[in-house]
Design a protein around this ligand. Structure first.
Ligand code: NAD
Length: 487
């Protein structure tokens, strides 16, 4: 069975680990399909594991189990469900080193970063939703002559990407469990191992059979079967805008609720009275430095006053140089490789597009000085116009574009001139001014002067960055129906 211990033992021994079991109806079970998906070590390009390329029959079995488990699970009190969530968080926290090693081997990036983000966020969220499940008022409020009650929506299909695999699953599953829903999870086929290990923890805490189910496979087969399934009440999806549009289309067939957390092209707005060094360093920590730029909130467009462009380039080049690339277990590694060959080819294509379209390459580029591994050097372009490909499309790699602007109004207009609206940052010596600009930005989360990422705040996007909000107290509402009982 692909538990944390078994996965790590196999990976450490250099075996191709068999992670082909699915978790359905409270036990590990083989897929009805013999097809396999290979999982790679992004630093060595070697196959390290195989997962099942699951079938629509697997989806049917998992949904049936989740449906059967729903009445008893939703009838438990919030406090009873909270006990399971709390245990999951405690077990993951208790084996942080091992979970972080698994994350680093699968996604790339050093263990310390995996501890902080890949595992730190899910541990927080299992605890947070345990607390919320205990305190949440499902019983209802009297409004006029109505009693307004909250009920779990039903079976939830959770479809997740590869960049923060445990975090994205935890956000959905913990909130869905708190609400009283049962789930079928379809993790990304690109870096699935951490989610298998989390399924092992669900098994260990003795969740009632069918409450948590895991089916691996590819999006167009397993993912779409889940979205189209008549017994799935809701789909909670995190991934690309392209796949999100397809999911919304398929879900429309059964008027299913969808929550979509999609891509971004976020602006780091540096106002003329800001500390340039601090603003650029802060932006890099949330782009290049965050999972090698493979983060939906990455602050990839740095907007600086035109008369400070040369200064910004010098600072950006210097800071980029501090992000040393390397394998997860290599001495001195600050950022890892990109997760896959597909991602590597895509990011290199964007670097080439930046050069071809006439942006100034300040540092980085196509040469990595390495023969093996899907590495990309931190790359900074300057003199970028907002209509260039590298300013419009989500790159999902360690590539930053510096764009000059004239005045504050133009900075806001450039920042908002995108189909996306997930995140942004504003830097100014005057906090009130920064706040005023923050209010004008069309984005779901805006960081002012390096304000820390708030794990308990609602998270989601404006425009084509998504629908709905995850995380925090708002996160549970996504999984609830509202009923008005007239008295
Ligand atoms: P992706 O859209 O290719 O895949 C995400 C998941 O959707 C995978 O499990 C995949 O198998 C599945 N999928 C793909 N096509 C599907 C379909 N037709 N029907 C059902 N499921 C389908 O994205 P990715 O490459 O894994 O992740 C990177 C993307 O995710 C980026 O665009 C990034 O911005 C986005 N992302 C968004 C957030 C957020 O919270 N807004 C967080 C992280 C990543």
């Amino acid at each position: 069975t692909p538990t944390l211990e078994n996965l790590l033992a196999g990976l450490r021994a250099g075996e191709v680990v068999d992670a082909t079991a699915l978790y359905v109806d409270g036990r590990w079970t083989p897929s009805t399909s013999d097809a396999r998906i290979q999982v790679f070590d992004p630093a060595t390009e070697q196959v390290i594991a195989e997962v099942a390329d699951g079938s629509t029959d697997d989806v049917d079995a998992a949904v049936a189990a989740a449906k059967a488990a729903l009445p008893a699970w939703s009838a438990l009190s919030g406090a009873e469900r909270a006990d399971y969530l709390e245990r999951v968080g405690q077990i993951v926290g208790g084996r942080l080193d091992e979970f972080a090693e698994l994350a680093s081997r699968d996604v790339g990036g050093p263990v310390e970063a995996s501890k902080l983000v890949q595992l730190g966020l899910p541990i927080f969220n299992f605890g947070f939703y345990a607390d919320l499940a205990r305190s949440y008022d499902f019983g209802g409020q009297e409004v006029g002559n109505s009693l307004v009650v909250k009920e779990p929506i039903g079976v939830v299909g959770c479809i997740t990407p590869w960049n923060f695999p445990a975090h994205q699953v935890a956000l959905k599953v913990a909130a869905a469990f708190a609400a009283g829903c049962t789930v079928v999870v379809k993790p990304s086929e690109v870096a699935p191992l951490l989610v298998h290990a989390i399924a092992g923890v669900m098994d260990e805490v003795g969740l009632p059979a069918g409450v948590f189910n895991l089916v691996s496979g590819v999006g167009p087969v397993v993912g779409e079967a889940l979205v189209a399934h008549p017994d799935v009440a809701m789909v909670s999806f995190t991934g690309s805008t392209r796949a999100g549009k397809r999911i919304a289309e398929v879900a429309a067939g059964s008027v299913k609720r969808v929550a979509l957390e999609l891509g971004g092209k976020s602006a780091n707005v540096v106002l003329d009275d800001a500390d340039l060094e601090e603003a650029i360093a802060g932006g890099f920590a949330n782009s290049v430095g965050l999972n090698c730029g493979q983060a939906c909130t990455a602050l990839t467009r740095v907007l600086v006053p035109a008369d400070r462009l040369a200064e910004a380039e010098e600072i950006a080049a210097r800071i980029a140089g501090t992000y040393s690339i390397g394998a997860w277990d290599e001495e001195g590694t600050v950022i890892g490789p990109l997760v896959s060959k597909v991602q590597h080819d895509k990011v290199r294509g964007y670097i080439q597009a930046g050069i071809d379209e006439g942006a100034t390459l300040v540092t980085g580029g196509l040469d990595t000085g390495r023969d093996t591994g899907w590495f990309v050097q931190p790359t900074v372009f300057s003199d970028v116009r907002n209509d260039m490909t590298i300013a419009r499309e989500e790159i999902f790699g360690p590539v930053v574009a510096i764009l000059p602007y004239g005045d504050e109004a133009e900075a806001v207009s450039i920042a908002n001139d995108t189909v996306y609206g997930l995140a942004a940052a504003v830097w100014s010596g005057d906090r009130d001014r920064a706040l005023r600009v923050a209010r004008q930005l069309q984005a779901g989360q805006v960081q002012v002067n390096g304000g820390a990422f708030d794990t308990a705040a609602p998270f989601g996007g404006y425009k084509q960055s998504g629908l709905g909000r995850e995380a925090g107290a708002a996160g549970i509402e996504e999984f609830l129906e509202t009923k008005a009982i007239q008295l």
